[in-house]
Design a protein around this ligand. Sequence first.
Ligand code: SIN
Length: 326
Amino acid sequence: MSTPNITVLATGGTIAGEADSATRHDYRPGQIGIEDFLGRVETLGIDANLSGTQIANIGSEDMSPAIWAQLHKSISAAIEDPVCTGVIVTHGTDTVEETAFLLDLTLPTIKPVVLVGAMRPANAVGYDGLRNFANAIRVAADRQAAGRGVLVVMGDRVFAARDIRKSRTRGTDAFQGFPRGSVGLVTPSALDWFGAPWRVGESARFPFKRDLPDVPILFVHAGMTPDYVDRLVSDNTRGVVVAGVGEGNMPEPVRAALVALAAKGMPVVRASRLDEGLVDREPEDDENRFVAARALNPQKARILLQMLIAAGTLDPTAIQLEYDGR
Ligand code: SIN
């Protein structure tokens, strides 16, 4: 195999973080620049040509549509470049699932695009960033990685963008896939896929748009009253995602307030606040004009709804088909 040419786009996060000592719990994400980081990677002796660009250097809680736009532009240019084998994006772990899903919906599947992060900062004892990055190179250099959509590599496992979710605040085993677990296992020297690529040669499912419609998430809890809906929804709101209890449930008065919005043509999607929350349609959804998020968690259900509304898809039946099929 010839030496792969990997484009590395850095956005910050713990993988580029530093603490005041190797054992302190508190640290600052996004401290190390891409040149410094790639210098450290070089010491691993991996056979790959890496060219790096700093897109941002932030904690991923500050990820924004403006940075997504830059990232999308740079990845699109890289995958159009015949010299480029694949793309790696370094990213904070807190919102990596949202960036991965947004890119998954808006990029073609012709080359591997892999997001990677770390749970421990770069000068911590047991830093996981270099290993995760070495694993990401292995994936980005593999032709079989194309056709699986955007991928995330964490803790020796490969996840599809649609499935991945951060499920723990600490520890290097912080990510889970749902409804599929990981789609592959990876180390710096081995890569095993579980099954064949499922999106071979697909073009982007949605055009990338920087300005997406306002879609808030209503996080449901015991004792919620319908005025929470009034406080959440403004004149700019174009859709609502409900992070419901159990299988997308909510108190009856809250449901009535959302039915009134849906009757006026505002899309309402029922997701679950549970980590592994499959939400199926219930018989009343037809009459209520509600959509069931199926296996998407609220934060991903929100991104898909933003894309659909931006594309002019407002009919609940048409929206439901997208949640069923993606
Ligand atoms: C972040 O998401 O930027 C901080 C947390 C992390 O990267 O693990």
